[in-house]
Design a protein. Structure first.
Ligand SMILES: [Zn+2]
Ligand SMILES: [Zn+2]
Length: 450
């Protein structure tokens, strides 16, 4: 490849700007802009030929039709478009007009070069506009998942702005029963509150089966503080509507759509949410998170610790309860999909570990038991047996009927992978939660006996 010879041929095709000329040789040498390359090639050819050097006005360029003179203007338009948006990172994309792409191809072919030699216009435009936006907005380019995505639509002469979601992590405690995690629309009136012209009887005309939800008590506050258009609640699993969530709380991420503010004070946000929820729900360990924490929170198979109030239909002796729980401690349980969830889940038998089972008799027909089990263990069924669908179970072991009358989730643990991993947070991560108590393995049990 004779660079100077190719450059002479390209320049002879008609008026071409330094950037378009240099772009055909973008893979030669580093640390230069394409305009530097083009101008240098022109100068080198002029010296080599001992001819006068002539510069070309970018506006006259037949390849880009003057677009290479507009990088500053596009950058200023981008900055103006996000004047009221707080962001730290951005990325630029360009929709290049088909005519320019065709010109670029013809330009190279006329000099006998490969039609895609060097670099394409959109790639240069992304970089040149991109590096100008940073200083104008005090932000940085991010080629992964930026806060803001600019798209330069050259034909439409428009800057499109996508403000990507912001994410707030935390743990919630649900201190009252009968609060679903997410809003539960009434199916009788399809959320409208009316059946025909009459208020819906099933939901009392509210459109929802429950007055409150964890989502409704938390997400709108985050949306307002971040000045977004909407907010979505993502939980690390969910407890039954009638179960409280206490102790460690349950991890969640609230996603705010099109936020105008991102770097909010999470201590203050925590106070705002807790004041709004009025003791029904409490949040803590708030942190500003990256988008990939959503998948982690939804996908991590966390172990859970439960506290259940249990009622027996016949008296149970303290020693018998202790022995039965000792049997369940460390057991592998087979659970056929419970009756109560039949309609929502495919029926199958699954296996879950019980890491720990302890408890005490409160009076002859009542006990309080604590179970720490693998994610997905159905605790109400572990106690009742669910008509033989869960094996082994507490009721069979005691030879009585046993029912959970009240259930609290007291711990949700990422175990070996804590939810509060700093890699998933912007800035400072929340204090990691203490690891879950060690699951009792058989070796441990043997070692600790005597
Ligand atoms: Zn040009
Ligand atoms: Zn209704």
């Amino acid at each position: 490849m004779n660079v100077l010879a190719d450059a002479r041929e390209l320049a002879a095709e008609g008026p071409v700007c330094d950037a378009c000329l240099g772009r055909a040789f973008a893979d030669r040498s580093h640390g230069l802009t394409n305009a530097d390359r083009g101008r240098s090639l022109r100068i080198a050819a002029a010296l080599d030929d001992d001819e006068p050097y002539e510069s070309t006005d970018t506006a006259d360029c037949w390849v880009c039709e003057g677009l290479c003179a507009e990088f500053d203007a596009w950058a200023e338009r981008c900055a103006a478009a996000v004047e009221n948006v707080e962001f730290d990172t951005y990325q630029v994309g360009t929709r290049t007009p088909p005519l320019i792409q065709e010109n670029e191809r013809l330009f190279r072919e006329a000099a006998g070069m490969e039609p895609d030699a060097g670099e394409a216009f959109n790639s240069e435009c992304n970089r040149e506009v991109g590096k100008r936006i940073g200083p104008l907005t005090d932000t940085t380019v991010d080629f992964g998942r930026p806060d803001v995505q600019f798209t330069l639509d050259v034909d439409a002469d428009e800057v499109e702005v996508d403000v990507h979601s912001a994410f707030v992590y935390g743990r919630y405690r649900k201190l009252e029963r009968d609060i679903p995690q997410t809003e539960w629309p009434c199916n009788a009136c399809d959320k409208s509150g009316y059946v025909g012209s009459h208020p819906c009887e099933k939901c009392g005309g509210t459109g929802y089966l429950y007055e409150h939800s964890v989502e409704e008590l938390t997400a709108p506050i985050v949306r307002d503080v971040m000045d977004g258009t909407d907010a979505t609640f993502h939980g690390a699993g969910r407890e039954d509507v009638d179960a409280r969530m206490v102790g460690t709380g349950r991890p969640f991420v609230i996603e705010v759509i099109e936020p105008r503010r991102r770097n909010v004070d999470t201590d203050r946000l925590e106070g705002d949410i807790n004041a709004f929820a009025e003791g029904r729900v409490e949040v803590d360990r708030l942190g500003l998170a990256h988008y990939d924490l959503v998948e982690r929170v939804k996908g991590l198979d966390a172990s859970k610790r439960y506290r259940a109030e249990v009622e027996f239909d016949e008296p149970v002796a303290a020693d018998d309860l202790a022995a039965a729980l000792d049997d369940l401690d460390g057991a592998t349980v087979e659970q056929y999909t419970p009756h109560r969830v039949d309609h929502r889940r495919a029926s199958l038998t699954r296996t879950r570990e019980v890491y720990e089972a302890t408890g005490k008799v409160d009076d002859p027909t009542h006990a309080t038991v604590e179970i720490h089990g693998a994610g997905g263990l159905y605790v109400k069924e572990l106690v009742s047996g669910d008509e033989g669908r869960t094996q082994p179970n507490l009721a069979d072991r005691l030879g009585v009927s046993a029912e959970v009358t009240a259930l609290d989730v007291v711990g949700v643990y990422g175990d070996a992978e804590p939810f509060e991993d700093p890699a998933y947070f912007r800035g400072s991560a929340p204090e990691p939660l203490e690891a879950a108590p060690e699951p009792a393995s058989e070796d441990d049990a043997d070692a600790s006996e005597e």
